[in-house]
Design a protein around this ligand. Structure first.
Ligand code: CS2
Length: 493
């Protein structure tokens, strides 16, 4: 057995061409994109698309400079530095075939907490034409009640006081554009790639709110020199397991400390609103549209809501993975009905979309048994997901005087989820910014179901709908005496 090699530029020579088909001299790639948040998702999605564009079409002007801002991102930053920015994308098909590909589009990396000024200086340089973001739903610091930017969030407040040591993305962006303005340099595009509604509009509004409060003189310049396209991103990217790392190591005798695992499906639709140009992304099947809203809503309310529903309901039944729930008839029958009778009728459709076909495709993707997507990943931070994924369907159905049965059942199950115990008496962990509050109100709801709703600013307009409140109470009392499975059987007949 030859010595084990660590993944880096030099050692890739030993890999077969099928894994590293590099036709391009990496030294010739120039940076054109800075990406904040080097999550698994970014590495399976945008960095993968850029890799394909570089390798297949010799696009040399849009290499990626990665920046991490969170303390929890130190590990990925160190690994990428060790591996010269290289990592393996592991694609698992439903039939069990596994594809490996070394992705080489990330060519520079910065770690904000270590040296914020270095990151700010780098992003202030005019070769960066696009600053893209995956900072997750909670990175936007939106107020749960109003959906507006939360200027009173402790980190946001801290940033507005200590400008040169920012923690939030908004603190960084302000410094970056301040420098560009002072130096007479051009602005650039800010491209959000997160699962939030109108992600471009939202980041723009939050950022401009922050600037208005902290550096109002910058605002007119930003209005002239930046753009914020909305986008819809889609690729299921799971948590990497030790087994995935081992299998790659044993097969190729090369050690990648953090490969990324994803499904074969991938989609990216973006509004064509790039103030400083963009790569020829059409060449790698990225779609550009005038209005993203119908695509984004369909994705958030079918796929993401579907995920959360299987996550919550499945956890209550003791399941651990998405495919286990998706292959259980009782659960999938419920989800299909929810999508068919409550989601699709409340969505605005376009000629370019076939929502019935999308529903089927999503459910098939959930069934892929090799992805091993954990329900704990799905349920993480669900208090910032459910309001985006499920509430809009509920509100639309309420205002159309249509059925809300399935969505309300989900809300009752979501309340029960905060008991933290499944139907077999086993406890599970809850990871949520609002967990203290929600665990407390879920406990109070044992006496009075309405307390889960009323004590919580989360529920916004829903609390004004008596029809919803009455149904919620009904389903919650059912679920307090029935198991989730028994509840589903009741719903499904
Ligand atoms: C999931 C998403 O975190 C979640 O709630 O629904 O991460 C989902 O897997 C991706 O959006 C798929 O594109």
């Amino acid at each position: 057995m030859p010595n084990l090699l660590y993944l880096n530029t030099e050692n890739t020579n030993s890999l077969p061409n099928s894994i590293l088909k590099s036709n391009v001299d990496r030294d010739k790639i120039k940076t054109g994109i800075a990406h904040i948040g080097l999550s698994n998702f970014h590495r399976a999605h945008q960095a993968y698309y850029m890799h394909e564009l570089i390798e297949q079409h010799q696009e040399l002007n849009f290499g990626i400079c990665g920046i991490d801002l969170l303390e929890s991102d130190r590990k990925i930053y160190n690994i990428l530095k060790d591996q010269d920015g290289l990592y393996t994308l592991i694609t698992k098909k439903a039939n069990g075939t596994i594809d490996y590909k070394i992705i080489s589009s990330i060519i520079e990396y910065f770690y904000g907490p270590e040296n914020p000024l270095a990151a700010i200086e780098r992003l202030a340089r005019p070769d960066i034409k696009i600053i893209s973001l995956t900072i997750a739903e909670d990175g936007y610091h939106l107020n749960e009640t109003t959906g507006e930017f939360n200027l009173t969030h402790p980190q946001v407040k801290e940033d507005s006081l200590s400008k040169f040591n920012p923690k939030t993305v908004f603190g960084y962006l302000t410094q970056i554009f301040n420098l560009r303005k002072e130096r007479g340099l051009p602005g650039c595009t800010i491209l959000s790639c997160d699962n939030i509604q109108a992600n471009g509009d939202t980041v723009k509004k939050s950022f401009f709110n922050y600037v208005e409060k902290t550096t109002p003189s910058l605002l007119p310049w930003l209005q002239e020199n930046t753009s914020f396209p909305n986008s819809m991103v889609d690729r299921i990217t799971t948590v990497t397991s030790a087994k995935d790392i081992e299998l790659f190591k044993d097969t190729y005798n090369i050690y990648d400390q953090w490969p990324v695992v994803s499904e074969p499906f991938s989609k990216w639709i973006i509004e064509d609103n790039f103030i400083s140009g963009k790569p020829d992304w059409e060449k790698v099947d990225i779609q550009f549209v005038k209005d993203i809203e119908p695509f984004e809503n369909a994705k958030l309310r079918i796929l993401n809501a579907g995920h959360s529903i299987l996550g919550i309901l499945g956890t209550l039944n003791g399941y651990k993975y998405v495919h286990e729930v998706a292959n259980d008839e009782d659960f999938i029958f419920f989800l299909e009905h929810y999508i068919k009778t409550e989601v699709i009728p409340s969505l605005q459709n376009t000629e370019q979309q076939n929502l019935k076909a999308y529903k089927k495709e999503v459910i098939d993707r959930f069934k892929n048994p090799h992805i091993n997507d954990s329900l704990s990943r799905i349920c993480k931070e669900s208090s910032s997901k459910i309001p985006i994924f499920v509430f809009p369907t509920l509100l639309k159905q309420l205002s159309n005087q249509e059925s809300i049965a399935h969505a309300t059942f989900v809300m009752a199950a979501w309340c029960k989820y905060y008991d933290g115990v499944d139907d077999y008496g086993k406890t599970f962990d809850i990871t949520d910014n609002l967990s203290n509050q929600l665990i407390r109100t879920a406990a109070l709801s044992q006496q009075n179901p309405q307390l889960f709703l009323e004590n919580n600013s989360l529920f916004k307009d829903l609390v004004h709908h008596d029809r919803f409140k009455e149904r919620f109470e009904y389903y919650l009392s059912k679920l307090r005496s029935l198991s989730i499975k028994e509840g589903l059987v009741l719903m499904n007949t």
